[in-house]
Design a protein around this ligand. Sequence first.
Ligand code: SF4
Length: 336
Amino acid sequence: MRAARGKPVRTLPGNAKRRRSRTGGEGAGPCGRRASRSRIKVTVAGGSGWCFGVKRALRMAETALEHSRKPIYTLGELIHNPQVVRELETKGLRVARKVSDVAGGTLVLRCHGVSPSVVEEARKRGLRVVDATCPFVKKAQDISRFLSRQGYRVVILGDRGHPEVEAMSAGLPGVRVVRDEAEARRLKREKKLGVVAQTTQTFDTFSRVVCVLAGKAQELRSYNTICETTSSRQREALKLAGEVDVMVVVGGRNSANTGRLYRICKSRVGRTHWVEDASELKGPWFKNAVRAGVTGGASTPDWLVKQVAHCIASMEAPGARASAQAGLARKSPRIL
Ligand code: SF4
C-alpha cells in the first residue's frame, strides 16, 4: 500500500503521531478491520491537508507555547479543526472569545486575521501580540483598504460573519458582502465598485459576481484575492470527484473552506459525504462502490485525511463483490 498522495504535511506531536502510527501501514485501521481485506480503491486528492497559512499559524503558536511562561491565548479557535484545537489545548493554549477576556500574556492572532482595532486594543492591554495572519489574507485586507481609500465601494465575495470577512470589512465605509451573484444582482448601481474575494472562495463564483457587477458600476475594479492553494485544492478535488463512485470530504463542521469543498465535490458526484474523522464513516455509503476519493480542507491535518482513507480501504463495501463479478475491472486494493 502506498502512502497517500499530496504535500508532506507537518504533524503535531503527541496524540496526532500516535493516531497516525495506529492507522498507518497494513495494520487494523480505526474501523477495526485489516486494510488487507480492502475491496475499495481509495485515492486521496492532491493538495489535501494543511495549507501554508495554517501550518505557519500552528508553528507560531507552538513556538509561543514553548518559549513563554505566561499564558498563551488565541482569539477564537486557531484553526477550524476540533481535533487540532483539542491537541493545542492540552499543551496549554487557551481560547478567548474577545480581547477583554485576556488578562495578560500572549495573544496569537489566527490566520484569518483581525481588524486593526483589535490589535490596538490588545496592545493597550499590554498583551504581547503574535500575528499569525496568513500573508495571503493580509494581502486581501490591504487591497480592500486600498480600494476604499481610492473611493470605490468595496464588495467582498464571502461568507457573512466569517472571521476573515469580518476582518477584511472592518472600518470600510459602506462595504457590501455578497455570497453569490444572486446577492450581487440586488446591489444598487454605483459610480465606482471594487470587488475582492474571501481567500477560500471559488473562482467560478468570483467570475460570475464580477460579471454581474460590471453592469452595476461606471467603473469596476476587481482583484482576484482567492488563494492559489485553495484554487488548486478545489480543482484537484473536483477532478477526483469526477472519477470515483463516492467522495469523502474530511474537515471540521465549522470550517467554511471544507464546506465549500464538500459542495464542489457534491456538484460532481452525488455520493459525497462530509466527516470530521473516520468514526463518522458509514458502510452503506460505499454500497457497490469500486472507487472512493478523499480530500480534506485547509485546516484538516494530513494524518486525519490518511486515517479516513485507510478506514475506507479497509471496508468491505456491501455489494462490492457483486460489482466486481459484473465485470468491473479492479486492481488489488491500494491507496493512491
Ligand atoms: S487557505 Fe490560503 S489564504 Fe487561507 S490560510 Fe491557507 S494559505 Fe492562507
